[in-house]
Design a protein around this ligand. Structure first.
Ligand SMILES: [Zn+2]
Length: 328
């Protein structure tokens, strides 16, 4: 392993427990990594998940394990940050995973738990395009849709640490699609990577075209989000129609965020948006001004890429942000 020379460095570990990937990194308080470990995540039992997180921490920390100042964990799902519990993950069948207690017992280091997109907005303010800004929102459009908000320079947390669950805002009053959380009409059910296939089937019911992607859907073939984007890049009219409707919904949801948070900047991350910014971010930016009451913020793809949550988790492993994330 490459070492940071003879310098006395402060080291911590940041973890991103996402929908598809587990990312664990050893790094410094500024979000610079010395080593990163990325593994396909296997959600099964709570013990299995905790075991794979602990083994990835050992692998990333290596000889620095005893020197760690802390461990920051960003996780997708509903949290109880005071108890350090991942209450519910849309990706896991198990509920109530006691992440902080288990990792503190295993490593005897302070552990902080935060939402993965809250970690991302922290990263954006400390190391991304949000530097120096007091009002920043991060939206991750990936397997699911999540958000994190800094308002008046403070990280918004709420009573349990879920003040920013923007993917579960209702954007369809008719509730035509069911969300992974079981409720209906939530944003994530329509334009996230996991939602787009069902949204496509919904739109296909009223679509009159007869070739390309629409035929695959009508033949009952499996269509994934990446197929929709590939077809749209090939000018498939139904794929373009789906993404046009998705952009309308994304613009409505962003306008809602502008109304409640009044940010200077919204940064956008997540695999779906970052792989297809011209078909996701650009079309919603064009629609945003006429949907907003407040003056529209600038909207940018995060320069931190898919590392935004793990960078924020790493930064959060060190004081003083940790104290803000561990309210009494
Ligand atoms: Zn939901």
């Amino acid at each position: 392993m490459e070492a940071w020379g003879a310098l006395e460095v402060r080291v911590g570990v940041g973890i991103d427990i996402g929908g598809s990937w587990l990312r664990v990194g050893l790094g410094d308080p500024h979000g610079n990594f010395l080593k990163k470990v990325v593994k396909k995540i296997v959600y099964g039992s709570a013990e299995g998940l905790l075991c794979s997180v602990a083994s990835a921490i050992r692998e990333a920390a290596g000889a620095y394990l005893e020197s760690l100042e802390g461990i920051g964990v960003g996780a997708a799902g509903r949290l109880d940050i005071k108890r350090g519990v991942l209450e519910y993950s849309p990706h896991a069948s198990v509920k109530g995973i006691r992440l902080v207690e288990a990792l503190e017992a295993e490593f005897s280091k302070p552990v902080v738990l935060l939402n993965d997109c809250v970690a991302a907005v922290i990263a954006e303010r400390e190391a991304g395009v949000g530097k120096g800004l007091d009002d920043v929102v991060y939206v991750g459009i990936g397997t699911g849709i999540g958000g994190g908000a800094i308002v008046d320079g403070r990280i918004l947390l709420g009573k349990d640490g879920n003040a920013h669950e923007v993917g579960h805002m209702i954007i369809d009053i008719d509730g035509r699609l069911e969300c992974s959380c079981g409720a209906r009409g939530h944003w994530e059910a329509y334009t996230s990577g996991s939602g787009l296939p069902a949204f496509s089937r919904l739109l296909s019911e009223e679509y009159s075209g007869e070739k390309g992607l629409i035929c695959r859907l009508r033949d009952g073939q499996m269509v994934e989000a990446k197929d929709i984007f590939s077809a749209a890049y090939c000018k498939d009219p139904f794929a373009e129609h789906i993404l046009d409707k998705a952009a309308e919904i994304n613009a409505i949801a962003f306008a809602n965020l502008v109304s409640v948070y009044d940010p200077q900047l919204i940064t956008v991350g997540g695999g779906v948006a970052l792989k297809n910014p011209d078909l996701t971010i650009e079309p919603l930016v064009g629609r945003l001004p006429r949907a907003c009451f407040n003056s529209p913020p600038s909207v940018k793809a995060t320069p931190l890429g898919e590392d935004a949550p793990i960078i924020g988790a790493l930064i959060s492993a060190f004081d003083p942000i940790r104290s803000e994330l561990r309210p009494e």
